[in-house]
Design a protein around this ligand. Structure first.
Ligand code: FES
Length: 500
């Protein structure tokens, strides 16, 4: 076990007593493992609305197991609020700031373990990065998804975002979007469905850095509180066992998580976040190449969870969640890897209940042999691009005329003035994140979007191709496309071609 206190009579021993005795720590407390409860939250976003409460349950668990908790706060960006301020580019900086906050506070205070409360999109990858950089015993607690108004999401964030597209295109009145916007969110937690934050939560569980059963869980549920308490208690045990983050997050567990992301048809932004973690751990891993390797090997196993279909994420939780997906995939996973729950992934999956196969399908009877994420290539994207084929009804492709749009404002103007027509291939430069939802709401399901930027994890309807490489700014082939050129998107052959 790591040292929990400085030697009696040393300078560090004296300093800690001056600081912590005044805070009420007893001599017994000084000898306990000291665990950071990383509460990445802010009162500005509903993604974080439950975290202060969850933090208390984690702290109860730590105390009950013989540890001592210290709560730490960090920068806490909201993906949605940053995006509407045109600050999407600042999110990478915010992730680095979270990593720095954690490193400074935990290392600077000599704490022995961490429980990380992960919620909105950028928080989870930042927490993973901090865990591998500090390499101390660490558990991530994914803090759950939000529900809509009416429990099973009768009205939710999709309705509001897509409703704005309907309003912009003249298909609905202001009063309708006003009602949707005010009633879209019924409980705290991350955006509903297999959007980016929930995909990151699933990835964490498949890395083994959460207790089993961590995702998905409703953010407003008692189940999450009980889960948080268990995670706190387990963090103390991990310190005693000296099981550190890098023993859990390895190349093998990384590859497992990529396969799981493909099998659930997860958000492609989450995959990009994984690349940041790989850099921090010093792994020689190209996630695009690894995803290509999944093509033909990992089919789509998760049935119809929005935006890949119309079922709510509650159905995924009820069917068995990430453990259920991993159990179905176990023949393809490296199961001889450690998890923070104790033992190997094999032990964990042996103990997991059989999933409901109507929602979590088997390898022999998948939703489709097409993977939930594919890498597209071709002369427009020689460095690859992401596509989530199940977010669109059109899984064959589209050949049509390009319409080039410069940034979100330009794209919204084009939508408002009915310049976007069925069959168009929208080539977007700059942040285009939310635009996919607006197209869907406007009824433009039979168009395609090609962008060198990320596309909102809630996007559905059009064919959505994101993060084309090389980028516009790098002078990539995407920058050579002019409005009116013919583009051929051939999903079957994973090609995007610039024909004229
Ligand atoms: Fe925070 Fe979607 S805006 S999870």
């Amino acid at each position: 076990m790591a040292e929990t206190d400085f030697p009696r009579g040393s300078w560090g021993w004296v300093i800690r007593r001056t600081q912590w005795s005044a805070l009420g720590l007893s001599e017994e407390d000084f000898a306990k493992p000291k665990i950071a409860v990383v509460n990445t939250s802010s009162s500005m976003s509903i993604c974080y609305g439950q975290l202060d409460e969850i933090s208390k349950h984690v702290q109860h668990g730590i105390r009950a197991a013989g540890g001592f908790p210290f709560e730490i706060h960090t920068v806490a960006p909201s993906e949605a609020l940053f995006a509407c301020e045109g600050q999407g580019d600042a999110l990478a900086t915010a992730r680095s700031a979270i990593v720095q906050d954690i490193e400074l506070m935990v290392r600077g205070s000599g704490l022995q373990g961490m429980v990380l409360l992960s919620s909105c999109d950028s928080t989870t990858p930042a927490h993973l990065r901090a865990a591998v950089r500090l390499d101390i015993p660490s558990i991530v607690v994914p803090c759950g998804y939000q529900t809509g108004i009416g429990g099973q999401s009768t009205t939710n964030l999709y309705d509001a975002y897509e409703g704005f597209g309907a309003y912009l295109s003249g298909k609905s009145k202001f009063e309708e979007i006003d009602v949707l916007a005010r009633n879209a969110v019924g409980s705290p937690g991350v955006c509903p469905g297999m959007a980016t934050a929930s995909t990151m939560h699933v990835i964490c569980e498949s890395l083994g850095i959460t207790l089993p059963g961590a995702s998905p869980i409703s953010g407003g549920s008692a189940k999450l509180k009980r889960y948080a308490k268990s995670a706190g208690a387990r963090a103390v045990e991990l310190v005693h066992e000296n099981v550190t983050a890098r023993q859990i997050i390895t190349k093998e567990s990384f590859l497992n998580s990529i396969m799981v992301a493909v099998a659930v048809g997860g958000s492609t932004s989450a995959v990009t976040f994984l690349e940041e973690v790989a850099v921090d751990i010093g792994l020689d891993l190209n996630t695009r190449h690894e995803m290509e390797r999944c093509d033909g090997k990992i089919p789509m196993l998760l049935q119809d969870i929005i935006p890949n279909g119309s079922l709510q994420i509650e159905e995924f939780e009820a069917a068995g969640g990430t453990q259920g997906i991993m159990k179905q995939l176990s023949d393809r996973l490296e199961t001889n890897v450690l998890t923070v729950g104790g033992g190997t992934l094999r032990n964990q999956l042996d103990a997991a209940a059989l999933p409901n196969e109507a929602v979590i399908r088997t390898l022999e009877n998948p939703v489709d042999n097409l993977p939930g994420i594919v890498i597209m290539n071709g002369d427009v994207a020689p460095g690859g691009a992401f596509l989530r084929p199940f977010t669109s009804n059109n899984r064959k492709g589209l050949k049509g005329r390009a319409k080039c749009l410069e940034g979100l404002d330009n794209a919204i103007d084009a939508l408002r003035s009915n310049q976007i027509k069925s069959g168009d291939i929208l080539v977007m430069h700059g942040l285009s994140n939310e635009f996919a939802s607006l197209l869907y709401g406007a009824g433009l399901h039979d168009v395609a979007v090609i962008s060198d930027s990320s596309i909102i994890g809630m996007g559905r309807g059009p064919i959505l191709i994101s993060e084309v490489r090389p980028r516009f700014d790098e002078g990539g082939p995407i920058s050579m496309i002019k409005s009116g050129d013919i583009i051929d998107i051939d999903i079957e052959n994973r090609q995007i071609r610039h024909l004229t």
